[in-house]
Design a protein around this ligand. Structure first.
Ligand code: MTE
Ligand code: MO
Length: 473
């Protein structure tokens, strides 16, 4: 609608509580929904979009996506979103993070500079594909602002004199397109639970530093073959593919980096992708625009965003994040005694699962006869999920959950499993349920019962049985 006021995204973001007014956007429209929310039961859920966009909510709660809601919403329209709404920050030389993008208000930050955040867990498992705006964000550095027209990816063989091949975004898009649905999980997912057992060092992730999406791009294998890689070369097996991000530490000038074994990159069934799309949309800046690596079945840290350079080398990446971070240690090892050079980097993640609904600490009615429990399960290395067991009594008795999963061929199960089960509430509860889940992967690997014996000072690989304590009132 022309001729009505324009508001910037920052201005909208300020309106996130009833006192200042609750504003939301959908596409180009700005709505003041303060009254709508107070008048509508269930409006509290939509509060998670206060000060931000409604798009990911319509993706998650498809039921609401009907003409009627749009019609109603139109009554609350107060203006248009300014065209440059998403890019209004002016870089501030004294604050390297000033040019970071705005995040969806439903994302709960665990740190702001650099930005890290995760969605509420009950929202996370509503859909098999996680909307990009609700996908956890894990940044170590300021988000680079890359002009796609000037973007170039360098590919180098360390022991080859022929030097470097450069690809523009257009060049990459000339390759055969490939898609893969894969789950990314940060090595620190569920760290806060390990921290409750005994203090660890790291960002306090709850259980939503994980997400599942369909990525589209070109297979890294196709690019490596194109630049002349010869599979028949017997030396390739011990080599590594190093990735360098275009994000730069403003103080040390170090760039983010990680590596994977070359065999994974060359495996036609390894499905490693240089991706520019996530769920059919261009990557957002937070998720690596214009191009990121997707290494299905590997821990999040190897999925390098804002990819600038690929190097084939005899060595692993020498970056901090490959050498001195993202490694597991024995429980007795401390920050002071840790010798990172003696531990292997986390690559494939072990089996994981978590209870997402009901949310830990919530209350259910004593009139309820049944309870529906929902969550996710995932394992690294393409190992699928065979089974998820759920208990309402802290693990004394168990029930099998119903699984929603994308069945793929052997050891190519890159996507997570969403599960649910509806169970009668036991009569002999003491006003409380200790809901537990644990998953079994396709190698029959299981999760440890507790963090005892599994604890490590960095709080990575937190995959003990997941508990959700619920009150009955
Ligand atoms: N790539 C770059 N260039 N810089 C980063 O900070 N973080 C890594 C990885 N790739 C990171 C990166 C980590 S630790 C994780 S868990 C994933 O990206 C997170 O991806 P996401 O933010 O898209 O969820
Ligand atoms: Mo991570």
């Amino acid at each position: 609608i022309p001729g009505i006021p324009e508001y910037t995204a920052t201005e909208v973001a300020r309106h996130d509580d009833p006192n200042r007014g609750i504003w939301m956007t959908y596409k180009d429209a700005v709505y003041d929904v303060t009254e709508f929310i107070t008048a509508h039961p269930g409006g509290d859920r939509i509060m998670m979009a206060a000060g931000g966009g409604l798009e990911p909510f319509w993706e998650v709660f498809e039921i609401h996506q009907n003409a009627k809601v749009f019609e109603q919403l139109e009554l609350y329209r107060i203006g248009n979103l300014a065209k440059e709404g998403r890019k209004e920050y002016t870089p501030d030389p004294n604050n390297p993070f000033a040019n970071d993008p705005l995040r969806h208000p439903a994302i709960i930050p665990s740190s702001k500079r650099p930005f890290n955040g995760e969605p509420p867990s009950d929202l996370l498992i509503e859909k098999f594909s996680t909307p990009q705006q609700l996908f956890y964000v894990r940044n170590h550095l300021p988000v680079p602002d890359i002009d796609p027209n000037n973007y170039s990816l360098e590919v180098t063989f360390e022991d080859d004199d022929e030097g470097t091949v450069e690809f523009s975004l257009k060049d990459l898009k000339k390759f055969r397109k490939s898609s893969v649905t894969a789950t990314l999980q940060c090595a620190g997912n569920r760290r806060s639970e390990m921290n409750e057992y005994k203090t660890v060092k790291g960002l306090s992730w709850k259980q939503s530093a994980i997400g599942n999406a369909t990525f589209t791009g070109v297979k890294l294998r196709d690019v490596l073959m194109f630049v002349g890689f010869k599979e028949s070369d017997p030396s390739y097996k011990g080599k590594h593919v190093q990735f360098e991000g275009l994000d730069i530490d403003p103080f040390t000038s170090e760039q983010y980096g990680a590596s994977i074994p070359l065999v994974k990159a060359l495996d036609p069934e390894g499905d490693v992708l240089l991706a520019w799309e996530m769920n059919g949309e261009p990557l957002t800046r937070d998720h690596g625009f214009p191009v990121r690596v997707v290494v299905p079945g590997f821990v999040g840290a190897r999925n390098v965003k804002w990819l600038g350079r690929i190097t084939i080398s005899d060595e692993e990446s020498q970056s901090h994040w490959q050498q001195n971070d993202y490694k597991g240690f024995s429980p007795e090892v401390t920050l002071e005694t840790a010798d990172y050079s003696k531990q292997a980097p986390i690559q494939e993640y072990p089996v994981q699962s978590a209870v997402c609904v009901p949310v830990n600490g919530s209350t259910i009615s004593s009139k309820d006869e049944e309870i529906t429990v929902k969550g996710y399960a995932w394992s690294g290395g393409g190992r699928g999920i065979f089974r998820v067991d759920v208990s309402l009594d802290g693990g004394k008795t168990w029930f099998e959950a119903l699984l929603k999963q994308e069945k793929r061929t052997f050891n190519r199960n890159w996507a997570w499993t969403i599960w649910h089960v509806t169970l009668p509430i036991p009569k002999n509860h003491n006003g409380e349920l200790d809901i537990v889940c644990k998953a079994v992967d396709s190698a029959y690997n299981v999760q440890p019962n507790t963090f005892h014996g599994h604890w490590n000072f960095r709080g990575v690989l937190a995959n003990a049985w997941s508990h959700s304590q619920v009150k009955i009132e």
